[in-house]
Design a protein around this ligand. Structure first.
Ligand SMILES: Cc1cc2nc3c(=O)[nH]c(=O)nc-3n(C[C@H](O)[C@H](O)[C@H](O)COP(=O)(O)OP(=O)(O)OC[C@H]3O[C@@H](n4cnc5c(N)ncnc54)[C@H](O)[C@@H]3O)c2cc1C
Length: 388
């Protein structure tokens, strides 16, 4: 992956900033949703704005992907990094890729400075893995669309400012050909947060149910081509799966680091736990597995940055990393003994709960992309299976 000097500097500064400063500041809050990321995103944005001003627009997706991967390989726990990644790699790319000049001028500066935090709303109470099955309706009425429906599990849902929302616009058409993306500002009449969801993992990320009741959106807020939203969602899932894989391996490494530390200090039967061969070998084996998966993540990021087809590799990353992180976290908690179950232990926010990467079984679903390659690339998007 070729990085020019300015981009390299940006990536380095961001990784250093997130790795040290943000984590230091937010770690006391890891069990409660982060109220605002504005400070963190300010720093990202200042340099980001310089890059944009320097005509580097075409590199933006690759830059953000790279940043996310580097950030995710720092010692960060999932709830924090998913909050940032949804803004940088899952929601905002919808605007960057498909926004009109007017939409970009209106929203992008705020997105870059972190004054506008973004969210993407696809999942519904009745449709998660099956994106084409969403029911939220958007009906054209003069110069507006009127939206009705409910979105579920939306990250940055409560504290976000700008939402990129999928809704069904053609009731006659087949699921994948009937979806349009909309830009919705917080405070639009008819749009409210139903409830904040109290999760067992990723406690510091904000996840919400969103409700739309006769919510009137100007037609100029259609994002991308009408009825082609499904394909833009699928295209962005590639980036999402990649950065989530990177995040999973960062969490696994951090949990292993903490566990190596713990078993070196903790004694039982007159010896540090590290001296027990079974524990030493189990942890070393896990480290090898995580390192192998991490190499796959980096290789796939490199392929992606070259602009080549890497749907198969991205699917492998998602399936492998989501599964592996939970196996590693289970072992790490086990080797902490009773303390692995206690909130004051450093490993607990990383490992104490099922991990969101695989908790919805999403990794298993993407394996179909490997089993049915013929279904993989229609209109440049992975369409056979649809969860991020
Ligand atoms: C913490 C968190 C944050 C999220 N953030 C967002 C967000 O910001 N925006 C957003 O739009 N969504 C978000 N989601 C939703 C997420 O994308 C969905 O949970 C996911 O798509 C799965 O959908 P579901 O929960 O409805 O499960 P279902 O689709 O009901 O699936 C249930 C189970 O069945 C399995 N399954 C389904 N279909 C198949 C199949 N064909 N073959 C085999 N197994 C199958 C699934 O793998 C899963 O294990 C988030 C979810 C979580 C947990």
């Amino acid at each position: 992956m070729k990085l020019d000097l300015l981009t390299g500097l940006y990536v380095f500064m961001l990784a250093a900033f997130i790795g040290f400063e943000v984590i230091r500041r937010v770690s006391p809050l890891l069990h409660t949703p982060l109220m605002s990321l504005t400070n963190a995103l300010d720093a990202i944005a200042v340099v980001g704005a310089i890059i944009l001003a320097g005509e580097h627009k075409t590199n933006l997706a690759a830059i953000l992907g790279t940043i996310a991967i580097i950030a995710a390989t720092s010692n960060i726990v999932g709830g924090f990094i998913i909050t940032v990644l949804v803004h940088t790699d899952m929601a905002s790319p919808h605007l960057v890729r498909f926004g009109t000049k007017r939409q970009l001028e209106k929203y992008l500066p705020g997105v870059l400075t972190g004054e506008i935090i973004t969210a993407v709303g696809v999942t519904e109470p009745g449709a998660g893995s099956d994106v084409a099955g969403i029911r939220t309706r958007a009906v054209r009425d003069g110069n507006d669309y009127v939206l009705n429906g409910t979105k579920m599990f939306i990250t940055n849902g409560v504290y976000g400012d700008l939402y990129f929302l999928a809704a069904r616009t053609d009731p006659e058409a087949k699921g994948s050909r009937a979806i349009t993306m909309f830009i919705i500002e917080k405070g639009t009449p008819g749009f409210k947060v139903g409830r904040a969801l109290d999760k067992t993992g990723w406690r510091s990320s904000d996840t919400a149910e969103l409700i739309f009741e006769d919510c009137r959106i100007p037609a100029e807020n259609v994002l991308g081509e009408p009825n082609r939203g499904f394909y833009s969602i699928m295209a962005n899932f590639q980036t999402e799966r990649l950065v989530i894989g990177a995040m999973a391996m960062a969490e696994a490494r951090e949990a292993l680091r903490l566990t190596f530390e713990h078993v070196s200090q903790r004694t039982a039967f007159g010896q540090p736990l590290w001296d027990k061969q079974a524990i030493r070998q189990r942890l070393s084996r896990r480290l090898a597995e995580v390192e192998a998966a991490r190499q796959l993540v980096h290789h796939t990021a490199w392929l992606d940055a070259q602009g080549g087809d890497c749907v198969a590799q991205v699917s492998m990353v998602k399936a492998l990393a989501g599964d592996l992180v939970n196996q590693v976290l289970y072992d790490c908690v086990q080797f902490h003994g009773g303390m692995g179950f206690v909130r004051e232990t450093a490993v607990e926010p990383v490992a104490g709960t099922p991990d969101g990467d695989d908790v919805a079984g999403i990794g298993w679903v993407v394996l179909d992309l490997l089993a049915h390659p013929a279904d993989v690339d229609r209109d440049g998007a992975a369409v056979a299976v649809t969860s991020p």
